[in-house]
Design a protein around this ligand. Structure first.
Ligand code: COA
Length: 270
């Protein structure tokens, strides 16, 4: 049986993900000199959501303006960045910034574990591990976009091969009935993962758009560093640091509901 996340593992998740985001911020600013420190830290990473300053749950709405204490802490991070930028010492910046943030993390741990156990992140997920938008895609009126979480926690939604097919059948039934759409689609890092792509008909892979490298501070990018148990994925974190390239960049793709249904029918799900 898969073990639940321990408090130590969750603190490691908060610490390791914040450190990766600090490392990322430094290198992003190196290659994007027109952007400010505040812009990068407020939009391309979500460090503030991982601190006790975030009044909501870990996956709550992505709006730091709900958090009046954040700008002052961000300014202290920026002062450290300026200090170490002068010497070009990325490692020293990461150490100093991680030390500044460390006291803001422990208060989250028990709160987050209770939220994770209660499945707070799954609120609004109408079809197990899948959630569809409540309106059709403005750019593609025949299509509804969907999102992915893990309704099987602490196990992986990939462990039971029936899990995602059954979620998709439910999603397609509900979307066709509610919106009259003929297509489903999503932009996610999972579209760079072979085990996710195997769930779909060939049409899905054929429709894959170019990787999105305009990193944003949400799970469409950073969710790849979360394991099924919700610990930090150190393997992918190391890979990102070593290569400087996001291991699994998000890509948009879509397929027709009829093609997906036929694909699942052939596997005996319909
Ligand atoms: C979506 C999600 C459930 C997928 O998780 P998963 O693939 O089942 O995660 P796993 O725990 O199996 O870890 C992924 C891989 O990293 C490997 N891995 C994880 N931690 C590791 C470590 N410390 N050392 C070595 N390997 C590690 C696993 O072995 C696995 O390898 P595989 O893909 O070859 O099987 C999970 O990433 C998640 O909940 N993310 C947050 C939500 C999200 O991102 N949604 C999509 C938004 S668009």
């Amino acid at each position: 049986m898969v073990q639940e996340l321990t408090p130590e593992e969750h603190l490691d998740y908060l610490t390791a993900s914040i450190r990766l985001m600090l490392w990322f911020t430094w290198h992003w600013l190196d290659t994007h000199p027109a952007e400010t420190f505040a812009e990068v830290v407020d939009t391309r990473v979500d460090i503030w959501r991982r601190t006790r300053l975030n009044p909501r749950h870990l996956d709550g709405p992505f709006n730091w303006r709900e958090c009046p204490e954040w700008p002052a802490l961000r300014e202290r991070l920026e002062a450290l960045y300026r200090q170490h930028r002068a010497a070009g010492n990325a490692g020293a910046f990461e150490e100093a910034a991680a030390a500044l943030l460390a006291p803001y993390l422990p208060a989250r741990v028990q709160r987050d574990l209770a939220d994770i156990r209660a499945g707070v992140d799954l609120a609004g997920y109408q079809c197990g591990s899948l959630r569809y938008n409540l309106a059709v895609d403005a750019a593609r009126p025949h299509c509804v976009r969907f999102h992915i979480a893990n309704a099987c926690w602490p196990a992986s939604p990939f462990d039971d091969p029936r899990h995602f097919p059954l979620c998709f059948l439910d999603l397609m039934r509900q979307c066709a009935a509610t919106f009259g759409v003929t297509e489903i689609g999503t932009g996610t890092w999972l579209n760079s993962s072979p085990k996710w792509l195997r769930l779909f008909p060939a049409e899905w892979t054929e429709h894959l758009e170019a990787p999105n490298v305009d990193v944003q501070g949400h799970y469409g990018f950073w969710g790849q560093f979360v394991t099924a148990r919700r610990s930090f994925n150190h393997k992918l974190g190391r890979q990102f640091r070593e290569t400087g390239v996001l291991p699994l960049p998000p890509r948009f793709s879509w397929c027709c509901i009829t093609t997906m249904r036929e694909h699942l029918r052939r596997q005996g799900y319909v």
